[in-house]
Design a protein around this ligand. Sequence first.
Ligand code: GLN
Length: 281
Amino acid sequence: MAETWTVLGVLKWTAGHLRAKGVENGRLDAEWMLADLLGLDRVGLYLHFDRPLQADELAAYRERVRRRARREPLQYIVGHCEFWSLRFRVEPGVLIPRADTEVLVEEALARMADTGTLLDVGTGSGCIALSLLHERQNWHGLGLDCSEEALRIARANAAALGLAGRIDLARGELTMLPEGPFDLIASNPPYIPAADLADLMPEVRDHEPRLALDGGPDGLQAYRHLAGQVDRLTSGGWLLVEVGIGQAQAVRDLLAEAGLTDLFVRDDYAGIPRVVGGRRP
Ligand code: GLN
């Protein structure tokens, strides 16, 4: 007879295994992967610690653990993540939405009138544009991405959130934005200096799309391109961008040189300057 594995048994085993592979929160990840597989939440999992796993459940779970042990991000393995309290599908073709980016959403909402048109440059999963449209019923959006793969995932997210009718998702480059004009342009562009890519955690470095991360020699390339196209804003329209650690001042200067006014910098919840914005006079 094969050995019986219970929920608690596999969680304990996985925690130790993932720790040995250098995964920081192995136990927590084990809980997420198993709860998702069994269709439970984490509390539900705790109520079923003694439940034996069926052979097919065990096989599917083992495959998840194997992927996580290779340092694939948890979110790609379960196929979704939460952003702005909404569920977004994610696959290896898109950047995993980060909690820091919710600060950009907050700052954008504070500046969005009742109706308007927004542009999300490098929309990826669509998390920024779709969160904003979810909150502002009379807005319409355009999400641009250079990756067809990302557009496919963003479209699936738009449909799942019931927002497909209010967003266009199109192939485009941040070097050549559509004419607009837009009342809001938001972007979380690639901003990691190319030389720093090698030092990122394996989850990011080896699994998230390079295109979503690589900000060129000094990490500021995308901001220069965006700053050069502020004529795509309506008069009074806002440009808001997420920035990397230590980039806020340089990006603020770029937006000032581009002629934007009412410049601001907003910290994330870890106290790191994270969002820079300004408006077209
Ligand atoms: N807009 C998406 C996000 O914020 C993708 C950004 C990117 O790929 N750089 O998660």
